[in-house]
Design a protein around this ligand. Structure first.
Ligand code: CMP
Length: 139
């Protein structure tokens, strides 16, 4: 059965452009419950750990630099079928391929500065949620 949680980050490009409120509204309007949320500035070491699965890929080092370049908003979201529904809401990784009306079509700049992250599996949603939030921070 598909899981009920996904982990999102509003990335430094979108936070810097003041899109946080608009993106959070789209998330709420799509039926996701916010179980935890925080604004924070990742260190390069923290960003490298979060994206460790991509280590060795050509975009890894620039991605780590970008993700530690300014504050992000991390949130733990709950909904039936959370992973697939959230990925539909945000659109394709490359905003050039994102469907009209999706978060990335509206707010992303390019494939790296793509406004938001969404977990790609139930297993990673748990790992990524544990990265950001203790039990005391979840409601
Ligand atoms: P995200 O969903 O956070 O997962 C991995 C991130 O790596 C992705 O969004 C992009 O920000 C980045 N990424 C993926 N593919 C590329 C690419 N081809 N070039 C640059 N960045 C990429």
């Amino acid at each position: 059965m598909a899981g009920r949680i996904t982990l999102t980050m509003i990335k430094p490009d979108a936070v810097a452009k003041n899109y946080t409120g608009s993106i959070v509204k789209m998330i709420g309007d799509a039926g996701f419950r916010i179980a935890a949320m925080k604004l924070m500035h990742l260190t390069p070491v923290q960003a490298a750990r979060f994206y460790e699965v991509h280590k060795g890929k050509p975009f890894y080092e620039p991605l780590v630099a970008f993700m530690s370049s300014g504050p992000i908003v991390a949130a733990l979201l709950e909904k039936e079928n959370a992973i697939a529904d959230f990925r539909e809401l945000i659109g394709a990784t490359n905003p050039a391929n994102a469907a009209p009306g999706t978060v990335r079509a509206l707010f992303a700049t390019d494939v790296q500065r793509n406004a938001v992250h969404g977990s790609d599996s139930d297993e990673n949603a748990i790992i990524e949620s544990d990265f950001f939030f203790s039990g005391l921070e979840r409601y």
